[in-house]
Design a binder for this molecule. Structure first.
Ligand SMILES: [Zn+2]
Length: 292
């Protein structure tokens, strides 16, 4: 790697417009590719990492147009990292990371490690060759992007029978964050996690009352009514109630200790210590102490 040239990132939301990519379970690939890419761009901006998207709307792009955009953004050199964002289908489960024949696996391995930490399983990181010419890359976005360091991300399977559908629908920002963190580390930027202001909320379940929720989370009915602008004690199933800011966090679907530690700027080992956890398995609804 030539350290004299600062690297830049081209983020490519795969498919778009007349080409939806794959779809299942209410997930249309092109839409999530764009959401993932826009999140990634916003976060790279936060960290001061130069980046540009190939498309910012639901737009049809031929392979040629896409590649030309990439070449015109920062050029064809190895100082440009291309991350092409995709979702998979075919019945598997887990992320795949495909890197170019011209590159080593350093960045892909980093992404794989961070993806695992974010709670998504990784099938493999690998190079994929064109069957008709094994000296060439399988994917045009890798094959036709000259000396760029090009990676194609498959975040998960839209038709998975395991957790990928949930990972994509509810956790796509966490999955994208794993790539953001990897890029920051790889490119030598300081990484800082997302700050979430009020992440403390509770989703009302059958049988709940304001009183039962208040006592469960160590607050009062009046306090709950005040911060949620409730004029009566009536609550409905599925309603999202903000909890007073405390040093506690209620585990949500898809949460991992690592993800929570990042949200609150703490560490997994501190969380384990504070909460006397015997394993890293979390239950939805579990109350975690974040700080003393
Ligand atoms: Zn795709």
């Amino acid at each position: 790697m030539d350290e004299r040239v600062p690297k830049k990132v081209v983020i490519d939301p795969g498919h778009g417009g007349a080409d939806p990519g794959t779809s299942a379970n209410g997930i249309v690939e092109k839409d999530y590719n764009l959401k993932i890419s826009q999140y990634m761009s916003k976060r790279l901006n936060d960290l001061g990492i130069p980046n540009t998207l190939t498309r910012t709307k639901d737009e049809t792009l031929s392979p040629n147009e896409r590649v030309n955009r990439i070449k015109n953004i920062y050029g064809t050199g190895n100082d440009v990292i291309v991350i092409s964002n995709h979702l998979n289908s075919g019945g598997g489960d887990g992320a795949e990371i495909i890197y170019a024949l011209r590159n080593n696996d350093a960045l892909s391995k980093k992404i794989s490690d961070n993806m695992l930490l974010s709670g998504q399983n990784v099938r493999k990181y690998y190079q994929r060759r064109l069957p008709s010419n094994s000296s060439k890359d399988y994917y045009f976005i890798i094959r036709d992007t000259a000396n760029n360091e090009s990676i194609l991300m498959e975040y998960g399977f839209v038709d998975s029978s395991k957790d990928d559908v949930n990972q994509i629908k509810n956790n796509y920002e966490t999955l994208a964050e794993a790539v953001v963190k990897s890029l920051a580390e790889y490119m030598g930027y300081n990484y800082s996690p997302v700050k979430i202001d009020n992440n403390n909320y509770y989703i009302v379940k059958k049988g709940d009352t304001l009183w039962s929720i208040a006592s469960k989370y160590g607050t009062s009915v009046n306090k709950l009514k005040e911060i949620n602008n409730l004029s009566s004690n009536l609550i409905s199933i599925g309603q999202k109630l903000i909890l007073p800011s405390t040093n506690k966090y209620i585990v949500k679907k898809g949460d991992t200790l690592y993800g929570i530690s990042r949200k609150f700027n703490t560490t997994v080992s501190d969380l384990i210590k504070l909460n006397n956890l015997k394993s890293s398995t979390l239950q939805i609804g579990q109350v975690l102490i974040i700080s003393k």
